[in-house]
Design a protein around this ligand. Structure first.
Ligand code: AMP
Length: 135
């Protein structure tokens, strides 16, 4: 079944579009965490970053950077949260790769934060050994 973003890209569902190219579209999130919250959406509906070719992902990141610049310039925000809910367990509702770019203002009190966990003795190093990535 087509995701809502496929329907938006096909023009079957309306959206407010900020940018479009052969690889992605940028739209405003309809249910924003802050006004101006934008979504950089891959035209191909890869569910997660692991499914997405590296060059496409690099491009999406480059466009997210342009969106960040635009939000700072036009809205005068002080910062942005740039995030991907990368799979359902991470809160991804639409299984179609997209990058959230959310304007933030100093003191806006909008918290986008996971709770911190704690390592037991020696566990930090063991995680480091397990997760080290070969060149
Ligand atoms: P995620 O939880 O990372 O999959 O985020 C999906 C996002 O898509 C949410 O922030 C929704 O508010 C947004 N969204 C869902 N439907 C639409 C729509 N029709 N137009 C714009 N944004 C949408």
């Amino acid at each position: 079944m087509a995701t809502i973003f496929e329907k938006i890209i096909a023009g079957d569902i309306p959206s407010v579009q900020l940018y479009s190219d052969e690889t992605c579209v940028v739209i405003l999130d309809i249910n924003p965490m802050a006004k101006g919250h934008a979504l950089v959406i891959s035209r191909v509906g890869y569910p997660t970053i692991g499914d997405c070719p590296e060059d496409v992902f690099t491009h999406l990141c480059a466009i997210a950077r342009k969106v960040d610049d635009r939000l700072r310039t036009v809205l005068g925000c002080d910062a942005t949260n740039v995030m991907i809910n990368n799979g359902p367990a991470a809160g991804q509702e639409v299984p179609h790769l997209h990058i959230h770019v959310i304007p933030r203002f100093t003191g806006d009190k909008r918290i986008v934060m996971l709770e911190h966990d704690k390592y037991a003795d020696g566990e930090l190093v063991r995680y480091g050994e397990k997760l080290r990535i070969a060149d």
